[in-house]
Design a protein around this ligand. Structure first.
Ligand code: C2O
Ligand code: CU
Length: 602
């Protein structure tokens, strides 16, 4: 289906209410969590293993481009929020978590296919792509059929949709575990357009579970009203020219002679981090992609466990002493929306992308002279990574025929609240130190579900000092909110970091100041290092917004009879949002974002 952003929006608002099919899943109950182990996994001191034989076959596979998952059911329901009654469209999806052997290298010529078993969402790693229209709600039924791990312990899960403003009971709270044989329904409002991803968040198991394959991309498409000039929304390449890139590093153990069934090996270097040698893009080893000489829009996600990448576009796969030509990357979006204007990165400046960060990047393949047939998306050394640094991530093979491009990338681009206007309204400042003791700690403490470390009021604007006291990098993620980076050790952040974000890399000994509105929901949310090995041991805390919000554990959704889900059961109401959360602030493109009607008279 090839629809433009404007058409997609119309479809979304039309909310056809078409009944696609009934849920086929029988039985199922709310998580029986007593069987789930909440203690840390035993320390693994095994040396890293590497897979050099696999690297020799890099650029053999073609880049897989996933088709979006289709909903099982779509409908509308009537709802009243902030005094307005309207028809709300909602799509129901079903995702089964299960072990699956997948091809990381397809057969080519005399080279056999190489497979490895992953823990998957719907049988693929990365998991099914969900592509949603802004303001259509989603309900995703995540069914855990993972069974036991190598130690015979049940693999319990919690699913976090990273970047979504979910209610606490649907946010993938680390202790909200679903055991094998059970399912949980997660509701998502999809009211902010961005590049998101869903991944496992089980307490003390997140790094292993995500590394084993439990990660997938989720897109809420930019809507015309997100652009300064809505007429230019279709200037961002779409359809076949809009491509997700999920980047991960992994290591595989060599099989017995005669077998092509490799084993995915999780090694966290004694709880420092996973730094593996093979790069997978969309689930296959360093692929190639055949492209036309025109603009493409890539949604890039770093879904690795620990590694930070520094991306450039180059004619050579590795750094050359001479004759290496590097080209321009254009950054148009960050974690939580469009940038105020496109940022053209010129070499040698790379795009730094820490774990869990997402960037929307336009590459114009018309920029290359006719004799250039191949270019590489390349990774260069990031100081705080450990071990060898893989280089070639993806090779683009350019077709010969020149193609006329779509329109220029608009500038100004996205509607962006003035950062200064936010800073003028800061009501409180807090400081969090990310440090190493006998564990990874925040302000000297380990994770505890029964302790609250910050209590912003609902809709309050706060400034948070994120302080890295050591020689490590910590990509810090704050749940629920989107923030703006004020500065790094007092210096302006790179321009591609000046948009809305929800993860920020703290370089060694660096203090990063961020400003955010703590909204929309009340309740408990986590903040943690997204080097997920650090998060597991134990660099995670929680804050509570306002008082009396839903509790992620005791207010979990009650079991619903599976066959009738979505047809007769009304979806839960998304919390009514207070009007002061919609205070219009000045933006980069001289448009005022209108508050909902009933807020105007306040
Ligand atoms: Cu992407 Cu709390 O995680
Ligand atoms: Cu960390």
């Amino acid at each position: 289906m090839n629809i433009t952003r404007r058409e997609a929006l119309k479809l979304g608002l039309a909310g056809s209410g078409v009944f696609l099919s009934t849920y086929g899943f029988a039985g199922g109950a709310e998580a029986a969590t007593e069987t789930c182990d909440r203690k840390s996994l035993p320390l693994n001191t095994q040396l890293p293993r590497f897979s050099p034989q696999l690297l020799e076959r890099r650029f053999e596979p073609e880049l897989p481009i996933p088709e979006p998952l289709q909903p099982v059911l779509s409908k509308t329901y009537q709802v009243t929020r902030r005094g307005i009654t309207f028809e709300q469209p909602i799509d129901y999806y079903e995702i089964t978590m299960r072990k699956q052997r997948v091809e990381i290298l397809p057969a080519k010529g005399d080279n056999p296919a190489i497979t490895a078993e992953f823990w998957t969402y719907n049988g693929t790693a990365p998991g099914s792509l969900i592509h949603q229209t802004k303001n259509r709600e989603s309900c995703v039924r995540f069914i855990n059929q993972l069974g036991n791990d190598d130690n015979g312990k049940p693999i319990c899960t919690s699913v976090h949709l990273h970047g979504m403003a979910s209610l606490p009971q649907y946010d993938g709270y680390a202790e909200d575990l679903t055991s094998p044989g059970s399912y949980k329904d997660y509701y998502y409002p999809n009211n902010r357009a961005s590049i998101l991803w869903y991944h496992d968040h089980a307490v003390h198991r997140t790094s292993r579970n995500v590394y084993m394959g439990l990660a997938g991309m989720y897109v809420v498409e930019y809507a015309p009203e997100d652009f300064c000039n809505p007429e230019q929304a279709d200037c961002l390449p779409s359809g076949e020219f809009e491509v997700p890139l999920v980047i991960q590093d992994k290591s595989f153990e060599i099989p017995q002679k005669g077998s092509n069934e490799w084993k995915l090996v999780f090694n966290d270097r004694g709880r420092q981090g996973v730094y593996a040698d093979v790069i997978l893009v969309n689930g296959v080893i360093s692929p190639h992609m055949t492209v036309k000489r025109r603009k493409y829009f890539f949604r890039i996600l770093n879904a690795s466990a620990s590694r930070t990448y520094q991306l450039t576009l180059s004619q050579a796969e590795t750094i050359q002493t001479s004759g290496d030509v590097a080209y321009q990357l254009t950054i148009v979006g960050s974690d939580a929306g469009l940038l105020a204007e496109p940022v053209h990165l010129l070499p040698p400046q790379p795009l730094r992308i820490g774990v869990a960060e997402r960037y929307g990047v336009v590459i114009d393949f018309a920029q290359f002279p006719a004799d250039v047939k191949q270019v590489y998306l390349r990774n260069t050394t990031f100081l705080a990574n450990l071990g060898p640094e893989p280089s070639g991530i993806l090779r683009f093979d350019l077709l010969d025929q020149p193609v006329t491009n779509s329109c220029e990338i608009p500038s100004p681009l996205g509607i962006m609240t003035d950062r200064e206007a936010l800073e003028d309204r800061i009501v409180k400042t807090r400081t969090f130190r990310f440090e190493r003791g006998n564990q990874w700690l925040i302000n000297g403490k380990t994770w505890s579900a029964s302790r609250i470390d910050a209590d912003p009021g609902q809709c309050d604007i706060e400034l948070w000092n994120l302080v890295n006291t050591g020689g490590w990098a910590h990509p810090i993620h704050i749940h629920l909110i989107d923030f703006r980076v004020i500065d790094r050790n007092g210096l302006k952040p790179p321009r591609y970091e000046q948009g809305w974000k929800d993860v920020v890399v703290l370089n060694p000994l660096e203090t990063v100041r961020v400003v955010a509105k703590f909204a929309p929901h009340r309740g408990k949310y986590m903040m943690h290092c997204h080097n997920i090995v650090h998060e597991d041991h134990d660099m995670m805390t929680q804050f509570e917004i306002g008082k009396g919000g839903p509790d992620p554990l005791s207010d979990r959704a009650k079991p619903l009879p599976a066959p009738s889900l979505g047809s007769t059961n009304p979806p839960p109401l998304i919390e009514d949002l207070p009007c002061q959360c919609f205070e219009p602030l000045p933006t980069n493109c001289n448009v005022q974002v209108e508050p909902p009607k009933d807020c105007v008279q306040l």
